[in-house]
Design a binder for this molecule. Structure first.
Ligand SMILES: [Zn+2]
Length: 201
C-alpha cells in the first residue's frame, strides 16, 4: 500500500513537473498572457519551411496543460485581431507544429470560434464546388479552390474523448483549409491551374 502510494506520488509530481507536454522551444513561442502571436508567412524562409512540415498529434496530457490553454487563447487573439482577421487558424500558423485548429462555426448560433484537437476528415461528400480562399500565412493572394461541400470529421474533445461530426457548407470549407495546414498543405497547392487561367482571361 505504501509502495503504491509512493508510485502515485511520483506520477502526480511527474504530471506537473517532468515530462512536459511541450518542448522548451514551443513553450517559449506559446509564452504567457492573451496577446496575439506572430503569424508565420510563406514570404519568410524559416516560416515557409515550418509551414510545409507535418504537425504532431496532441496527447491527453498535452491538452490538459496550462501551455495548451495559453496556446488556444493566444491563437484566438491572433485570428480575431482586426489587423489580420480570419475565419480559422491552425497551430503551425503561430509556429507550433501540433495538430490543433480553431474554426469559426458559421453554422452555429453566434458563430463562435471552436478548437479541434487531432482533427481528421474521415469522409468527403461527393458534391464539390469552387470558392474563394485566402490565408493569413499567404499574404496578398487569394484564389478559387475546389472542395467538398460536406465532410465528416473525427477529433478529440476537451476530455480527449473521440467525437465525430458531420459539417456542411462554408464551415466545411474552413475545416478542410485548416486541417490541410497540419499536413503542410496550403490552399495555393490546391488551386486549379485551368481555373486560374479561366479567371485571368
Ligand atoms: Zn490558412
Amino acid at each position: 500500500m505504501k509502495f503504491l502510494f509512493a508510485i502515485l506520488m511520483i506520477l502526480t509530481l511527474c504530471n506537473s513537473g517532468c515530462n512536459n507536454p511541450f518542448t522548451a522551444a514551443e513553450r517559449k513561442i506559446i509564452g504567457t498572457g492573451n496577446d496575439m502571436m506572430r503569424v508565420t508567412t510563406i514570404d519568410n524562409e524559416a516560416d515557409s519551411t515550418l509551414l510545409r512540415r507535418t504537425s504532431r498529434p496532441l496527447r491527453k496530457k498535452d491538452i490538459l496543460s496550462e501551455e495548451f490553454t495559453t496556446l488556444c487563447r493566444r491563437m484566438l487573439s491572433t485570428v480575431q485581431n482586426p489587423e489580420n482577421e480570419g475565419v480559422g487558424i491552425a497551430a503551425p500558423q503561430v509556429g507550433i507544429l501540433r495538430r490543433v485548429v480553431a474554426v469559426q462555426r458559421f453554422d452555429k448560433p453566434g458563430e463562435p470560434f471552436e478548437f479541434y484537437v487531432n482533427p481528421k476528415i474521415v469522409e468527403y461528400g461527393e458534391e464539390m464546388e469552387y470558392s474563394g480562399e485566402g490565408c493569413l500565412s499567404v499574404p496578398e493572394q487569394s484564389g478559387d479552390v475546389l472542395r467538398s461541400q460536406s465532410i465528416k470529421i473525427e477529433y478529440r474533445d476537451s476530455n480527449f474523448d473521440l467525437r465525430t461530426e458531420a459539417i456542411e457548407g462554408f464551415t466545411a470549407i474552413i475545416f478542410q483549409h485548416e486541417i490541410d495546414h497540419l499536413d503542410g498543405i496550403l490552399f495555393i497547392d490546391r488551386m486549379d491551374d485551368d481555373k486560374e487561367e479561366y479567371f485571368e482571361e
